[in-house]
Design a protein around this ligand. Structure first.
Ligand SMILES: C[S@@+](CC[C@H](N)C(=O)[O-])C[C@H]1O[C@@H](n2cnc3c(N)ncnc32)[C@H](O)[C@@H]1O
Length: 318
């Protein structure tokens, strides 16, 4: 979950919006949206990281095109009704500062679609990538694998599940696993339930409402994954408007950001199988965690877009 500190204001040079009939092709709308987004000084941190990807995502979703179909239709014209819809969406992205995913109720993680609305944070956890890269991806051989055989994983716990995105990716990656997924927010769990049903995984994913491990009685897991709230007090005070559109309880990690991570690390040994492990995302809190738990041999994992924001620790080392 990348967060960006920014409270920048839209440029006063923002021109009036386009009218239907002034723009013709998908590419026209892409160029127009990018110009407007840049002039409005939007922040891009919710599944896309730049204005071009954000505009392509918004336009593609509005026209019911899969993400990889934009290029095919880049020079195709849109109808008047489609133009009205696109101009309205582009304007709402600017005036509401809501992440594009909320405006179209959709986000993709690892190519997998999820329903989202304001009841959940927009999924962007680095754990999605790590599940593929470090948990028995046969293409990588065994060298990077933290769990060699995805087929042998029987029980997974996703703490702080939000939309259920990581629980669902885990269920897809570990085909024989049962997944327990916990969140304190009843609202978030309603969204998670919708996603679990959409992916036809209701028989393998159980959703629980409660405070971290509280709803789980005596269970043991081969793998615990968690993307908990981890923004410290200073970060909370400078969240950009796009993040302020998301539930604050998805971010708030207390004064130093590690209130929940601390509790997860302390309780994890009780819930892990002897040969299991914990994979936890912590944003910019690496220093605070290493200071609080100097004795733990945390393995920091990098992804395409992150460095030292997720740690792995084997149960045996906890
Ligand atoms: C950063 S979001 C992660 C959501 C999802 N796993 C993802 O990666 O998109 C953190 C989630 O933790 C939940 N949460 C906050 N405090 C919690 C607690 N004490 N116990 C369980 N869940 C909690 C929030 O409601 C939010 O859905």
């Amino acid at each position: 979950m990348a967060t960006i500190d920014s409270t920048s204001q839209p440029s006063s040079a923002l021109l009036p919006p386009a009218k239907p009939g002034e723009l013709f092709t998908l590419l026209d709308f892409l160029r127009y949206a990018v110009s407007r987004f840049v002039a409005a000084k939007l922040v891009f941190a919710h599944g896309t990281t730049d204005p071009v990807s954000e505009a392509a995502f918004l336009i593609g979703e509005a026209l019911h095109l899969a993400p990889d179909q934009f290029d095919t239709f880049a020079h195709a014209r849109v109808s008047t009704a489609e133009a009205e819809k696109l101009i309205d969406l582009i304007e709402r992205r600017i005036t509401t500062r809501k992440p594009a995913a909320y405006l179209v109720n959709k986000i993709y993680m690892r190519g997998v679609p999820f329903y989202v609305d304001e009841r959940v944070i927009v999924p962007r956890s680095f754990i999605g990538e790590l599940l593929s890269s470090h948990f028995g991806d046969p293409q990588l051989g065994d060298s990077a694998a933290l769990i060699d055989n995805p087929d042998a994983v029987e029980n997974v716990l996703d703490l702080c599940t939000g939309s259920g995105c990581l629980a669902i990716l885990a269920a897809l990656h570990f085909p024989n696993a049962h997944v327990d997924a916990v969140d304190l927010s009843a609202d978030a769990l309603q969204v998670a339930a919708r996603n679990v049903a959409d992916h036809d995984l209701s028989d393998r994913i159980a959703l629980h409402q409660g405070d971290l491990f509280a709803p789980l009685r005596g269970a043991r897991y081969d793998l615990i994954i968690s993307n908990p709230p981890y923004v410290d007090a200073a970060g909370m005070a400078s969240l950009p408007p796009e993040c302020r559109a998301e539930p604050s309880m998805a971010f708030d990690g207390g004064a130093d950001g590690i209130d929940l991570v601390r509790r997860i690390l302390e309780a994890a040994p009780t819930y892990l199988e002897a040969d299991g492990g914990l994979l936890c995302e912590v944003g910019r809190c690496r220093d605070a965690i290493e200071e609080a738990f100097p004795e733990l041999p945390l393995l920091w994992l990098d992804t395409e877009d992150s460095e030292g924001e997720v740690f792995w620790i084997a149960a045996a080392d906890l």
